[in-house]
Design a protein around this ligand. Structure first.
Ligand SMILES: [Zn+2]
Length: 212
């Protein structure tokens, strides 16, 4: 699943639209608890969480969103490349598009064995709960990742700052990730997302909260 279909980004909505789709859905709490059960059943709860599928930056042809742990940015890479300077890459974030999972963010790392049953069951869960309007997908993580505040700067580069080192988060940050690590007593993890220096929420190149 290393190859990339640039059309996937066409369907990735703004943070506002994605956030509303989740928090206006009365069954989202049930989706979370059912996802938790599926992730545990397949032994994927320390590998995948549910993520709000939302837009950070415009991704030009010949580029992909690459997650380099502390930064996320559009990076020059052709659509069929499966490595970066010889290092393997794998899907980091996947969205449901046209009835199937498609990656829209990548990271350095060896591809996994396909988790087709898990992916199919999560797809069915999301489709049963309004996938048309529910902008939620799968995202890889590690239980050792800190909770982070993700901020997109002008130019489309996002920086991820450990939440416990953020002195004064910009107001209006939104939760964008839910995971259920076995560590920490199986407590749910929430990641926050925000932005600075982005102009207006009507700017289609940068659809985060309006920070003016
Ligand atoms: Zn974000």
């Amino acid at each position: 699943m290393a190859s990339y279909d640039p059309q996937v980004m066409v369907h990735v909505p703004s943070l506002e639209v994605a956030h509303a789709s989740v928090f206006e859905n009365p069954s989202f709490d049930q989706v979370l608890s059912k996802f938790r059960a599926l992730a545990s059943k397949y032994g994927q709860n320390n590998t995948y969480g549910l993520a709000l599928v939302h837009r950070h930056a415009e991704v030009s042809p010949g580029h992909r969103l690459m997650d380099f742990k502390q930064t996320l940015q559009p990076f020059p890479l052709n659509d069929t490349a499966d490595n970066l300077h010889g290092a393997p890459i794998r899907a980091k974030s996947l969205a449901l598009t046209a009835g199937g999972w498609k990656p829209y963010e990548y990271e350095l790392g060896s591809p996994d064995l396909p988790q087709q049953d898990f992916f199919a069951d999560v797809q069915a869960l999301l489709e049963q709960n309004g996938s048309e309007g529910l902008h939620v997908g799968l995202r890889r993580y590690s239980p050792s990742d800190p909770e982070e505040l993700e901020i997109t700067e002008s130019g489309g580069v996002s920086v991820k700052i450990p939440w416990n080192s953020v002195v004064s988060p910009s107001p209006g940050y939104k939760t964008t990730f839910w995971a259920f690590p076995s560590e920490d007593g199986g407590e749910m993890r929430n990641y926050k997302c925000s932005c600075r220096d982005t102009g207006s929420s009507t700017n289609s190149n940068h659809n985060h909260i309006d920070c003016n």
